[in-house]
Structures are given as structure tokens and as C-alpha cells.
Design a protein around this ligand. Sequence first.
Ligand code: ADP
Ligand code: MG
Length: 384
Amino acid sequence: MSGELRARVREEFERRFGAAPSFLARAPGRVNLIGDHTDYNDGFVLPMAIDREVWLAVRARTDRRVAVHSIDFGEDATFSLDGARARDSGGWVEYLRGVAWALEDDGRPTRGWEGVAAGDVPLGAGLSSSAALELAAARTFSAISGVVWQPVAMARIAQRAENEWVGVNCGIMDQLISAAGAAGHALLIDCRSLETQLVLIPDSVAVVVLDTGTRRGLVDSAYNERRAQCEAAARFFGVPALRDVDVATFTAREHELDPVTRKRARHVIHENARTLDAAQLLERGDLAAVGALMDASHASLRDDFEVSRSELDTMVELARRDDACLGARMTGAGFGGCAVALVRREGADTFACDVARMYTEVVGLEPAVYVCAASQGASVESLD
Ligand code: ADP
Ligand code: MG
């Protein structure tokens, strides 16, 4: 997959510029194995970088301009590094301009470059093609400007680009896993300290992403409401964030909370515990136990946090019916998008076909299914 993209951006670069690119940069999309709606509660998440990526083939320019051709959009875009201080087009180039702005604003001088972009992270499916594009851009700017690559710092910069330039309110997970992922590993992230820990994913399992083909609507208001409810619960416990409440403390006092706040807090507090447990169990190779935690996570997101929808519930149930499936859950913010399943490797391809077929029979929608390998975070190759 990535070999094809590498060749595609390289050939298109040579066709357009009549010379080889100086650098090839790439960054992956991601899927979260467990830990949803924990990030803004200063908690834990366990994503992995997937083998779907955005690639850039580039060379330096002598002026302070960036000029990019997007193969996927069939469009050219240019901007000045000294240009406007606000986004305008709203298109794909704003992710690149946003990264340039955030780098400069962080006191990291940028230099101009030109090149070609292409990717195979599906857009808007919840696999974070936007973070892949941002990190590929950050990796490119670092290489062109000759600065050392610092994954955590770059993830923060890319997150600022997405939050403040593009205007999408996301946590640090997408950018950090795209910056710091490692082949064959998931990454346990402490969303408060930004400490990370690589967790080996045994070869005997595959991670399968099941896109329901549904997309979230009205998600902003629901998201803001959940955040406010979590903050109210944290205030009740007298702590900065729900991350600071352990299961025992919660259980002792949960009856004092109103029923809705109690459910929301129950999800977050138990989800944090499940995420930490899942990382340990994965490390130990206890895959059945990891699967059970994923199942419990889904139930909690559906019943307590109330961010699932019927298509996601159906997908998860169909997945679990397969003997090869160890566990399955919705993944991401919810209200649509993807489920993720942990599946025995030898049964993964049959699983993917069977679940897709059954889902179409039951729901009437064509799902996209990706059997994913855990891949390396953003990287760059110098061809000079
Ligand atoms: P998600 O991150 O869930 O895939 P977003 O709406 O956050 O969805 O980001 C998708 C946007 O990212 C696209 O509309 C496009 O602007 C940009 N993008 C992602 N991949 C590419 C690509 N290969 N080429 C150009 N732009 C891309
Ligand atoms: Mg995105």
C-alpha cells in the first residue's frame, strides 16, 4: 500500500518538476483500540497508527512560498509563509497553511518548498486523514528547514493547526499517534502528561476497522454537552478532571450524583481503568481479556455515555458473532463512523468479508472494511 503511494508521489513529482524530489515524507492515519471520550478528561487512550498514510514528495524553494499539487483532489495550491494570518479557502491546503502558521508561531522558522501530495486514508471516515496530512506537512517542514524531529512537540503544533487554524476541536491523540506510532505497536497515551508507552501487538491478531458508512450529525452540540457533564462531575469530586477519580472513590459516592451525570462519569472513570488494563493485558498477550474490555467499552459508550447509534451497535454485534473475533467496539467520538475489532489473524480476511456481507444484509449500507497493520509514525526519507 505505502509502496504504491511512495511511487505515485515520486513519479508525479518527476513528471511536474523534471527532477527527483529531495525528500519523501509520510504520516499515518490511526484507529483507537480503547479509551474514547477520555482525552478531554485528562485520561488515557490506546491508539495505533495504521498502514494508510499521506505522502509528500518535495524539494526546497529559494523563496518563502509553498506550492503543492494534490493528486487526490487534482488541484494546485500555493501560499506564502509570510502571508495572511487567517485561513481562507477552507480546503485541504488549510491543513498545510495551519501547520506553517503554528510552526512560526511556536518560534520555529519555516522555509519554502514545492511538491506533490497523495494519500489513502479515507477522508472523513474517522481514521484521521487530517492528522496524517498535518504530520506529513510537519515532517516536510522539519526536513526542509533542517530541524530535529520532536514527535511530541510536532504533535502539539499540528493539533494547534487543527484547533486554531482549521477550527476543529480535537484532542492530542490523533496527532500524537501519527507522530510517534511504531510498527507492530499500539501507543498508550497519558493525555495529561503526554507521556507515551509503546505496547506490542502480538502477530497472532489483526485489528480490523469496520466503517458503518454512517456519518455523525449534530455532533458538536452533543460533544459540548458531554464535556460539560464531565466537568460538572469533576467539580463534584473536587478534582481538576475525571482522570483524578478512581473506581473505588466513584463507587462510594456515585449515588449522590444526578442520574445523567452519574452515567457520564461512570463511563469515563471505568474507561480510563479499562484502557490502562488493556495496555497491560495486550503486553502480556492476554488477547481474550483485551477483547472483553473492548466489549465492555462499547456497552459503556452505548448505555452510559450514549454516543453510539444503531448501525454501530449492529456492526459490533455482527463482528462478535464471528468465532475469530476477540472483541469489538465503536471507536472515535461516536454517532457514526467506524467500529474496531480485535480478530485472530488467521481468520481476519474471512471475518472481514463475512461481517461486511451480513452488515449489508441487515442495514442496507455498503461498509468499508480495513484489515490494518500497526505502522510507523511520521517519517522522512532524503533522496539527495
Ligand atoms: P478525518 O480526519 O476523519 O479523515 P477530517 O474532515 O478531519 O476527516 O479531514 C479530512 C480533510 O483532510 C479532507 O477534506 C482534506 O481537506 C484533508 N485531507 C486528508 N487526506 C488528504 C489527502 N490525501 N490529500 C489532500 N487533503 C487531504
Ligand atoms: Mg480529522
